[in-house]
Structure formats: C-alpha cells, structure tokens
Design a protein around this ligand. Structure first.
Ligand code: PLP
Length: 455
C-alpha cells in the first residue's frame, strides 16, 4: 500500500492521531486528504471533487471559498493580530461583535462571553451556572440535566453533558452532578397509538419525574440542542418544547439552548430558539458564527445569569475564568464579516427556501426500500435507513448499513456522515436548488447500489 500513497497520505498515517477515528483502521486505509475548497465543494489530493453535504462539521455556512472572510482576517492580522480580554482589557472588534450578537439575540440577553469551541463554551457555562448558584447562596443547586443522544462536546464536563455512550466509554465519564433525560425521537420511541402531543407530554413527565427523584432544589439547569445534531438529527415532536419549558419554569431551572449547530440560519430562522419559541437564559453559539474559518464560540447570558455572577466576582475580587485565545481578534473579525454577509445576502431566508426543497426531495425517497424515516427542518436533515420497515431494524451490526451508503456516496462525489444508520445532510447555507438536486440524486444512486448488495 505504501508505494501507491503520496507523501501527505503516508505522513498522515505515520505521524497523525485523528479525532473521531479508529486509529488502527486508519493505519490500514489511510486518510482522505482534502486540499482545496470552492463554494459547496472540496477537492482531494488526487483531484477528485466532492459536494460537502455536511458543511465540514455542520459549520461552513458560507462555503469553502468566501473571499470576504479571508480579507477580514487579513485586515485584522495586520491591525492587531492578538489581544486578550482579561483584567478589564478588550479590543474594538470584541466589543463590536458582542453588541451585534446581543442585538440579534432571539430573547433579551445581557452579556457575551467569548470562547474558542463549542466544548469550551459548554464547559464554561457549567462553571458559570455553578458560580451563580454559589452567588445566590444555593450551594446544593448544582445538577445539570442534559438528554440522551444530546451532543455538547468532548471536554471532561461537556462530554459528560453529551448523552452518547461513545463519548463516555473508555473515558470514565460522565462526571457527577450531570443527569440525562429521554431523547424525544417520536418515530422510534412512540408507543402504539401515541400522538406526537401525547409523546411530548410523556417526555415532559419523564423530566418532571427525574427532577422529583433528585430533588427540585438540587437542579440548576437544563441544556439542550433545539434540534439534536450529532445524536442523529432529531427534530422535536409537536408541543415538546412548550411542555419541557413549562417544567423548567415551574422549578426555576435555567434553560441553556445549545445552538452550536442551529444558530445563524440553519433551521430557517436566525436562531432555532425563534423556530421553536424557546426562551433560554443562556445561548451557546459556535460553528456557523465564523463559518469555522476561525475557531470561535460565544455564550450569551441574560440578566438573571449575569447579575449574580457580577456580584460574586465583586465579592471574590475576580471572575477567575477565561481562555488566552477566547474571542481572538482575528476570529471575531471573521465572525463580524460572516454575520454581515448572512444578513446582506438574506441567507437565513435562502436556507428556509432551499431547505424546504431539500426536505421535499428527501421525502420523495420515503418509498425507497432502505428509507425508514426522513426528518429535518430548514437546511438540516437526517435519513434513517432500515432493512425491515415495519420493525424499523437495519442490519445485524448497528451502523453497518449507514457505513455502506456513506462509502458509496463518497465514491459518487458527496461527503455526508452516518450517525449509526442515519445519514445527515447539513450543507452550507449558500447551496443552490441545483446543487441540492445533485446531492439527493447521488444519494438515491448510493441507496440503489447498497440495496442491490444487501438483498
Ligand atoms: N454543541 C453542539 C450542539 C455541537 O454540535 C458541537 C459539535 O459538533 C459542540 C457543542 C462541540 O463543539 P466543538 O467541537 O467546537 O467543541
């Protein structure tokens, strides 16, 4: 194999440990080396072009060649390539972007705290929630409820929030004070004859039961993605959010909306909190915030969060938290330009329109023998594959069917991602109707090829 590899491929095998990769398998099969980007397409080292149906990692809103983002970064590099925000300092772009984010927030928010990644942001939120409880003289109010299949990152605390076994196994996680309630996947988990509304009532009751079991006075916050992403693109059933939020309000539990994937237009509104009528106390943003051209995340806090934190920092003398590169000026400059472009080009409305087309085209595949469920909203979708439609089961090894389809699809020139047997589609917001058609047509071809193989 070594002889046929080009240098970068063998260097990668020899020297690079990859995230979210089977390290032994990587030594055998080697990497896919991407070297170039152009709009919604990327190109590998052999010159093969792929439509990037995942926008990288659900993140490249403006595609892979937006010159204005590059220019914004270059300008900032020349003016002020680094400064920080510790000890009362700031830089002009951080202050400016904080105001822009507060201005567009879906509910009244008070302050922005900048971090570098979704995981760091969620880790920070946990600390701020605990800090707030201490400030309020409620040292026992520290538990945080997340959901099974929720994804909130990979640092020790964020991975604990994440409700996926693959992020806990082998890592001695989750840590204590993190609890998980049910995942609201209606198609898979509804009982015989149960309507979406009844299912949502049951989900809210499960949350209520967990709170009662633990003691309502010990629960500080609930964190959730408005639409679950990495858990399999699970769209909440009718009335789910209304009923969950009523439980949180009843027990004075903070609501943290993790919009790391959903934010900046993904669901057809600027924020999914608008799409679903959410009233979060904390909003977590990343990925599309800078189209991932630079690492950046932002935590928006309302007054209920900010005031006790401010008082506590005054009492202790300092808010003892912050990252060297948090709100890096180059990342923030890219974020500002990225938001300007999204607004100027009406990309949120575009995502709603093109997303509706994508969902229509995917729903047309509903009769395909391998398609169990098509779900999505805006420009994010999941297609769950099955072999037996009535029993909703796939192959004996979970994920095998999804892996087979993803491989065929990649050979056909589309990069998607399988989450078990669910294929995810989350293309850049700039995708056109024609490109959506190209993506879905190739997906259908891949399904047909795999269907031939498994029957
Ligand atoms: N939250 C959500 C909803 C995510 O989808 C992700 C990443 O996919 C994260 C948090 C973690 O972000 P990061 O990978 O930047 O740490």
């Amino acid at each position: 194999m070594e002889n046929t590899l080009i240098q970068q491929e063998s260097d990668d095998i020899n020297y690079h440990l990859h995230p979210y990769t089977n390290a032994r398998k990587h030594q055998e099969q080697g990497p896919l080396v991407i070297v170039k980007g152009d709009g919604v397409y990327v190109e590998d080292i052999h010159g093969k072009k792929y439509l990037e149906a995942m926008a990288g990692l659900w993140s490249v809103a403006l595609g892979f060649s937006e010159k204005r983002l590059v220019e914004a970064a270059m300008r900032q590099f020349e003016i002020l390539p680094f400064y920080h925000q510790f000890t009362h300092k700031t830089h002009d772009v951080a202050a400016q972007f904080a105001k822009r984010l507060i201005d567009i927030a879906p509910v009244p928010m008070s302050k922005v705290f900048f971090t570098n990644s979704g995981s760091e942001a969620n880790d920070t939120v946990i600390k701020l929630v605990w800090y707030r409880s201490n400030a309020l003289g409620l040292p026992d109010k520290k538990k945080i409820i997340s959901r099974l299949k929720g994804y909130h990152g990979v640092t020790v605390a964020s991975a604990s929030l994440t409700g996926l076994p693959g992020n806990h196994r082998g890592f001695d996680l989750p840590i204590d004070r993190i609890l998980h309630t049910a995942c609201p996947h209606y198609w898979r988990d509804a009982q015989e004859g149960e309507s979406e509304e009844q299912f949502s009532t049951r989900m809210a009751q499960e949350l209520e039961n967990l709170i009662q079991k633990e003691g309502p006075e010990t629960i500080a916050a609930f964190i959730a993605e408005p639409v679950m992403g990495a858990g399999g693109v699970i769209v909440p059933p009718a009335t789910y959010w209304e009923k969950i939020q009523a439980v949180l309000e009843k027990h004075d539990i903070l609501f943290i909306a993790d919009e790391v994937i959903c934010g900046f237009g993904r669901t057809g509104k600027m924020f999914a909190s608008e799409t679903f009528g959410l009233k979060p106390d904390v909003l977590v943003l990343s990925k599309q915030i800078s189209s991932s051209y630079q690492p950046l995340s932002a935590i928006l806090l309302n007054e209920k969060m900010f005031n006790p934190i401010a008082d506590e920092s005054n009492k202790l003398g300092v808010l003892g938290h912050g990252f060297t590169a948090g709100g890096h000026p180059v990342a923030v400059a890219v974020g500002i330009e990225n938001l300007t472009i999204i607004q100027e080009r009406n990309l949120v409305a575009h995502a709603a329109t093109v997303g509706a087309h994508m969902l229509k085209r995917l729903h047309e595949l509903g009769n395909h023998p391998l398609v169990g469920e098509v779900r999505g909203i805006g420009l994010i979708a999941g297609v769950e594959l099955v072999i037996d439609k009535s029993r909703k089961t796939a192959l004996e090894v979970p994920g095998q069917l999804g892996t087979m389809v993803i491989k065929e699809l990649q050979d056909l020139g589309v990069i998607s991602r399988n989450i078990g047997d669910t294929l995810a589609f989350c293309p850049p917001l700039i995708i056109t109707v024609e490109q959506v058609d190209e993506m879905v047509n190739k997906f259908k071809q891949a399904l047909d090829i795999v269907h031939e193989k498994v029957t």
